[in-house]
Design a protein around this ligand. Structure first.
Ligand SMILES: Nc1nc2c(c(=O)[nH]1)N[C@H]1C(S)=C(S)[C@@H](COP(=O)(O)OP(=O)(O)OC[C@H]3O[C@@H](n4cnc5c(=O)[nH]c(N)nc54)[C@H](O)[C@@H]3O)O[C@H]1N2
Ligand SMILES: Nc1nc2c(c(=O)[nH]1)N[C@H]1C(S)=C(S)[C@@H](COP(=O)(O)OP(=O)(O)OC[C@H]3O[C@@H](n4cnc5c(=O)[nH]c(N)nc54)[C@H](O)[C@@H]3O)O[C@H]1N2
Ligand SMILES: [Mo]
Length: 769
């Protein structure tokens, strides 16, 4: 039977046109309206959109970018609209659907096709050896999980994964349940995402979160956006950048790709944006090589130190350094002692940037009083990501750019509540103070031994030391590195369980037994316990606010994540467990009261979160220039220059997002800004590199990754697209290329998979994908 391209990856047939030169504008408005109308029906869709990010509405399930204080009546973006449409769809996946499509059939479908089938409506169970999922009751589902958990030799043989959409209330109860059960095995999507940021920021500033609020961006003189594609992944950030520019800020963009969104922004919410030419965002574009950012920040820092030596007091903020920092001398000496020729030849090789451009960047830095650095996955998914982010902190500390208005660190988070989940204790290496508070509040002794992060969780399943995998959202199989290794690991489990809104590949690559539990999403009205409930989330800037769904759920069998955790916890921990799980599921205020008593910063939680706009969590470096690090000061660090080494005839591949997806959820096949339509198996290569490798534009090839373990990892049948990326670098979409990322290739310290630096070679097209 032949299938359409969107059903079958083997039929993938991308068309290629010129990349775009600006972002948003009318095409974005048209795209949102079409997507929402198609999925949800025009009326339900538009009504839902009007509630996105409004003070009484729900938090956009798209990204973690904060909402401005003065909200536009349409405070959403094209990609937020797609995220909403994806969730508020009227299509449903029913037991009859599962009767028609066996697991083997579903496993042969594309992720796009699976997601398009609609919302999950009933708990479904795949018995050992069965070919089809069958409907079960919630009670039976909980019994099955309890039975498998009870059969484990140790609680540490269970894994409790979280993706970043889970609300604060559900996350808090979920980690409480896991710890009462007896394990810190709480891997989450953060392990693959901003873990490197958290590691570097905790060590240097004492808080693993961003130190700026929206107002700081508006007040900045200079904003550096490094390793981030906000035009696609955080479109509302473009509005903030536009406003910052109008206030006089300048912007340096650091990226191997000339992303259309950072060039020119045509704000769909203004007449000028819709009809006029829009705003030029980037003042200086540094087209850096993959992994070159450590070298870039080192070069800027070294030049500033040298200038300060020549004219003391002219460049550095001496008072700030003396009063608030530690380790300056060691840092400065390590950077200054290097031989000039050797240093600059390394910087040139690592960055690929001409010296004049780095000088120009330096001049902009020196001409700016207030500097913010924003970054995302382009900085966090390399082997040397943690030193890179530490060096970026050095860069800001030198001129006192932390803890005052208009300046600071701005790691831009991904999932809409990934930051809140961490605040609620979703972490495999919890701080002792958090466990003390949790144990005291609930009268138990939480486990102290560190649990597994995502990569270690996969190894544990592979090695048979973890046997039950439970996921609160997400798509673990497709999001994790080394797809075949991860799939084999999942198949070795006794039970895999997914609390999900939509069908995905993780439901069809299962343990011996499997469960799918249908959850309410952000847009759905939550009447758990008979009264309307709301949940809370924390955005990328530490603002906590309420989120209230408005769409009537498509099935009365869907449950809120809070209710699912509470029901499961009662069944697993037994009737004698003294946590009032039933009360929590009936009234989320009671959960918030407990959060207030365990997590710092939530004083008067229930009252404050009901105020319009919510409240900001305290942040010691931002609020009072206090740095709760090991030394009690902001730490300078010495970070030896290093960059990925790529052998002759090979390229360095980054795996990234198209404009038409949310992580593993593919919305459509249109990467508008990069000029790719109708397919996803494309690899972007610089024309000169392609010529050297004999790769014609439009030809097909296999991508093969090379790693020290000698295992062959192959992604077959990719169309070569000649594209103006940095030399020596290539780019292709995730998750199709996750098969190429070796499980053991991870960042130092943070253990994040190196999804942005994979050494690859190209081989003749082996045919089918
Ligand atoms: N619509 C939509 N929104 C999303 C998501 C989505 O999939 N779709 N995902 C959400 C999530 S979970 C996250 S984490 C964020 C991700 O947001 P981004 O980090 O913007 O996502 P990526 O597509 O991975 O893009 C990485 C960017 O960094 C650049 N880059 C890669 N390597 C390097 C490098 O070594 N140095 C520099 N300077 N640049 C580099 C790439 O060219 C690209 O522009 O977005 C969130 N928002
Ligand atoms: N090669 C490569 N791999 C990467 C990355 C990369 O750049 N390159 N990026 C990494 C990053 S930054 C991240 S964050 C991870 C993402 O990893 P995950 O968070 O695990 O993956 P998602 O694709 O966001 O998960 C989508 C699924 O979540 C479920 N879902 C959606 N909303 C809800 C909800 O409200 N409740 C529940 N219970 N379920 C819901 C749906 O069933 C949907 O199919 O991937 C990582 N993997
Ligand atoms: Mo992410």
């Amino acid at each position: 039977m032949s299938r359409a391209p969107h059903e079958d990856p083997r039929q993938d047939a991308p068309e290629v046109t010129e990349p775009g030169r600006s972002a948003a504008g009318i095409p974005a408005v048209v795209s949102s309206v079409r997507v929402v109308g198609g999925q949800a029906g025009a009326r339900r869709g538009m009504l839902t959109l009007l509630d996105v990010n409004q003070k009484k509405g729900f938090d956009c399930p798209g990204c973690a970018w904060p909402e401005p204080g003065h909200r536009h009546p349409a405070e959403f973006c094209e990609n937020g609209a797609k995220a909403v449409a994806e969730e508020a769809t009227r299509r449903t996946v029913t037991p009859e659907f599962f009767a028609r499509h066996g697991v083997a059939d579903l496993a042969g479908r594309s992720g796009y096709w699976l997601g398009q089938q609609g919302r999950l409506t009933r708990p479904m169970y795949l018995a050992a050896g069965a070919s089809h999922y069958e409907a079960v009751s919630w009670e039976r589902a909980f019994d099955l999980v309890a039975e498998e958990l009870a059969a484990l030799d140790s609680p540490d043989e269970a894994l409790f994964y979280t993706s970043g959409r889970t609300s604060n209330e559900a996350a808090f109860l979920y980690q409480l349940f896991a710890r009462k059960f007896g394990t810190n095995n709480l891997p989450d999507c953060s392990n693959m995402c901003h873990e490197s940021s958290g590691s570097a920021l905790v060590e240097t500033l004492g808080v693993g979160k961003g130190s700026v609020l929206l107002d700081d961006l508006y007040q900045a003189d200079l904003i550096i956006v490094a390793g981030q594609n906000p035009g696609t992944n955080h479109p509302r950030m473009l509005t903030a950048l536009e406003r910052a520019k109008r206030g006089g800020a300048r912007i340096i963009t650091v990226n191997p790709l000339p992303e259309a969104g950072m060039r020119r922004f045509r704000n769909p919410q203004t007449v000028r944006g819709l009809a006029g030419g829009g705003t030029l965002l980037t003042d200086l574009f540094l087209q850096i090589r993959l992994g070159g950012d450590l070298a870039l920040f080192s070069a800027l820092n070294r030049m500033m130190l040298q200038m300060e030596e020549l004219r003391p007091g002219s460049v550095l903020d001496r008072d700030f350094i003396a009063e608030h920092t530690h380790g300056f001398d060691v840092f400065a000496e390590a950077l200054l002692e290097q031989d000039d020729d050797a240093f600059w030849s390394e910087v040139g090789a690592a960055t690929g940037l001409p010296r004049e451009q780095i000088d120009e960047a330096l001049a902009m830095v020196l001409g700016s009083r207030r500097v913010v650095v924003c970054w995302a996955m382009g900085l966090t998914q390399h082997k040397h990501s943690v030193p890179t982010i530490r060096e970026l902190v050095n860069f800001l500390l030198l001129r006192g750019n932390v803890g005052r208005p208009g300046a600071g660190v701005c790691p831009v988070r991904g999932h809409s509540n990934v930051q809140g989940d961490r605040t609620m204790g979703i972490f495999e290496r919890p701080a002792p103070a958090f466990l003390d508070a949790l144990g005291a509040e609930f009268g138990f002794a939480p486990p102290r031994e560190h649990g597994h992060d995502t990569v270690r969780a996969i190894r544990a399943m592979r090695d048979g030391t973890a046997r039950v995998f439970f996921a609160m959202g997400g798509n673990f199989v497709s999001a994790s590195p080394d797809t075949s290794a991860t799939e084999d690991a999942m198949r070795r489990c006794r039970l895999t369980v997914h609390v999900s809104t939509k069908l995905n590949r993780s439901h069809v690559v299962t343990g011996a037994r499997a469960l799918i539990l249908p959850a309410l999403g952000r847009t759905d009205r939550d009447d758990s316990g008979g009264a309307e409930q709301f949940v809370t989330v924390e955005d990328s800037m530490g603002m906590v606010h309420a989120s209230r769904g408005s769409v009537r759920p498509l099935s009365d069998q869907m449950r809120s994540e809070v209710a699912i955790v509470a029901g499961l916890a009662r069944r697993v921990l037994g009737p004698d467990d003294d946590v009032p799980w039933e009360d929590f599921a009936r009234d989320y205020d009671l959960v918030r009261d407990r959060i207030e008593r365990v997590v710092p910063g939530f004083t008067d939680f229930n009252a404050r979160v009901r105020r319009p706009g919510g409240f900001a969590l305290p942040h010691a470096p931002r609020d009072e220039r206090r740095f709760p690090t090991a030394t009690g000061k902001a730490n300078f660090t010495a970070n030896p220059l290093t960059a990925p080494r790529v052998p002759e005839g090979r390229l360095l591949l980054q795996t990234l997002r198209s404009h038409d997806q949310f992580n593993t959820t593919v919305y459509g096949l249109d990467d508008r800004y990069r000029g790719i339509r109708g397919g996803r198996r494309v690899v972007f290569v610089h024309p000169d590199d392609a010529a050297g490798l004999g790769l014609a534009d439009g030809a097909y090839a296999d991508i093969v990754s090379e790693w020290e373990d000698g295992v062959e990892r192959r992604a077959p049948h990719f169309r070569i697209v000649h594209y103006p990326t940095a030399r020596g670098c290539a780019a292709a979409y995730y998750p199709e290329t996750n098969v190429l990322v070796p499980l053991d290739s991870t960042a130092d310290v943070s253990n994040t998979p190196t999804s942005k630096s994979v050494v690859v070679r190209f081989e003749a097209d082996s045919g089918e994908a």
